[in-house]
Design a protein around this ligand. Sequence first.
Ligand code: SAM
Length: 277
Amino acid sequence: MSKRLKELYEHITECLREVVESPHREAELLLIAYLDKDQLYFITHQEDLIDENDPKLLEWIAKRRANVPLEYLTNRVSFYSREFYIDEGALIPRPETEHLIDEILARVNLDKMITIVEVGVGSGIISIMLALHYPNARFIAVDISPRALAVARRNIDIFGLNDRIELREGDLLSCVDEKIDLLVSNPPYIAHEAPLEKNLSYEPQNALFGGEIGDEIIQRLLDEVYLRRIPTFVCEMGYDQRVKVQEDLKNFALQSLDFYTDYASFDRGFVLKAIHE
Ligand SMILES: C[S@@+](CC[C@H](N)C(=O)[O-])C[C@H]1O[C@@H](n2cnc3c(N)ncnc32)[C@H](O)[C@@H]1O
């Protein structure tokens, strides 16, 4: 049976109401992706007839009701006003990571050719957004997960940045011998035992959990900054990890250490400029 798009939209909204926080918004995004159109089309084709029993549509609604993230169903995710490909191989980019991009753009002056290394590239959003803003920089983007690297590869292709962003598989900086001017990371930073929302169980666990305490990978990255004399490190972190980071940096000669907050005003990361004598 067919329904008008506007009726189907209301129907899907009702189906999702008990499960998601923004049922109208998700019903709209689901239909836009299902139709493979954009928002303008959705708004201007409300009277179109759509088969409400199409198996793909029914499957998407059922899976979303079972908490599968919408982004994994539609293979679309928006970050920093751009659309990226996403699948279960990589973490779904979070809005708070947009602050990490903002902090770099505001605080790091990149007028000369430099090498930027990202650890934990995931879907590629950070390196791609930075590559679009910094035409003089070359990027080495590392991940330990081949599945995440496949998602990053796909997005780097879409944005035509193959000659600017080199992907490498490895543990932190084990596969990077080059001199690093700027190290960037949104590492996994959740503690193993932390209680999680249901939909997080669909995301790659090695993208979420940083260790028993949660900040183990951040600590390892700080060690690398010290040992490899990296001048600038920008890193996302958990809302409760500021004091630990400050303690770990007691023996560092710092030019500056600035913490930044996210949309909810929680501590979310830091920009470290080190002095290596
Ligand atoms: C929180 S996700 C960030 C993904 C993406 N950069 C973003 O901001 O959406 C962390 C990423 O780090 C990767 N990762 C975890 N442990 C790693 C390690 N030891 N070395 C390199 N990458 C690692 C995970 O596979 C995952 O893709």
